[in-house]
Design a protein around this ligand. Structure first.
Ligand SMILES: [Zn+2]
Ligand SMILES: [Zn+2]
Length: 338
């Protein structure tokens, strides 16, 4: 990795080059930023389940090759001619939302996460499984100084989208069920505990390691998702990509309770009796994030200590990290260190 005086050079990157094929390590030219972009020297990039969906073809990139990765932490190495917000050497984060049109009804209505022509990091644009990347300056986010690069990386998707899902719950919610105890759950459990709420963690049956992990982070109870929790829940967040959890969660929440599906991809939801939805229960999905979500989450994380559990991998171990994520081989969040 060398950035010569002209600001160009070569970098290592892990790329998806064929549908459902493994990522390939390549030496490629360091990209140059456009006027409204910054070039970032990547120091850490979280590995998200969405990267696995992209690699597996469940979410199709518009073009290949593609560098995945949308939980990127790094320092600004070059700025485009129109960039005033960031300076060289400054630390920035790059989340999933890469750009929006700023003109559609969603953008004008504070719902840029639903923008008709949004682009996403590591799906529509190259992401952070590389030593350098370029990003739109206006969509980079400031990171709280209390967290180092390794520990803050998982917050950029698991934290932000998890927080958006969590923020959809009403303020009077006390008992929250969390289905699937991965990167997002391990952050949001701590947020809920800071707010005095009780977390009930529901994992794959017999996954005692994840259940112990949930309890260690403050969950009141942890158990198998195929059985009902010991008390009626006020709301549920589903982070696992398993459609069968939707009727299970509806059966576990009280009247008026919300079930929020926070993943970008989920297997089919099986048919279920209307009685499970009756009583003004509600099923809702969460899509992407807004820049306001990033401001709100990082303001919270600056005030309340959130202990992420990063599992570091080298950049050239990206395939191993994705496989470990698929197998549920670790607690917390995998992070690549280029
Ligand atoms: Zn828009
Ligand atoms: Zn993600």
């Amino acid at each position: 990795m060398t950035l010569n005086q002209a600001g160009t050079g070569l970098m290592r990157a892990m790329r998806i080059e064929e549908a459902r094929g493994p990522l390939r390590q390549r030496e490629i030219t360091i990209p140059a930023p456009n006027a409204d972009e910054v070039l970032i020297r990547v120091s850490a990039c979280g590995v998200c389940r969405t990267d696995l969906h992209i690699r597996d073809g469940e979410l199709a990139p518009h073009s290949l090759p593609l560098i995945p990765g949308h939980e990127v932490v790094g320092t600004v190495a070059r700025t485009g001619s129109a960039v005033t917000r960031w300076h060289i050497g400054q630390r920035v984060g790059v989340p999933w939302l890469a750009s929006t049109c700023r003109a559609c009804a969603y953008c004008l209505g504070d719902r840029e996460n639903l923008c008709d022509s949004a682009a996403f990091t590591g799906l529509d644009r190259d992401g952070g499984y590389a030593q350098y990347m370029v990003a739109k300056a206006d969509y980079c986010v400031d990171l709280p100084v209390q967290y180092d690069d390794l520990h803050v990386a998982p917050m950029l998707c698991a934290g932000l989208i998890g927080y958006r899902a969590y923020a959809m719950l009403h303020d009077d919610v006390r008992r929250i069920g969390i289905y699937g105890f991965g990167a997002a759950a391990h952050i949001i459990t701590q947020v809920a505990c800071h707010r005095g709420q009780e977390v009930f963690a529901l994992t794959r049956d017999g996954d005692f390691r994840s259940q112990r992990f949930a309890l260690s982070l403050g969950a009141r109870w942890a158990g198998d998702s195929s059985k009902p929790p010991p008390l009626a829940l006020d709301a549920a967040l589903i982070f696992a990509p398993v459609g069968g959890l939707v009727p299970a969660a509806l059966a576990a929440v009280r009247k008026g309770g919300h079930v929020i599906c926070a993943g970008i991809h989920m297997s089919n939801i099986p048919a279920f009796p209307y009685a499970l939805l009756w009583g003004e229960r509600c099923v809702k999905s969460v899509a992407n994030l807004t820049r306001q979500d990033a401001l709100a989450y990082f303001a919270f994380a600056a005030r309340h200590r959130i202990e992420t559990t990063p599992v570091p991998f080298r950049l050239d171990e990206a395939n191993d990290a994705l496989e470990a994520l698929r197998q549920g081989a670790f607690d917390g969040a995998a992070v690549l260190l280029p």
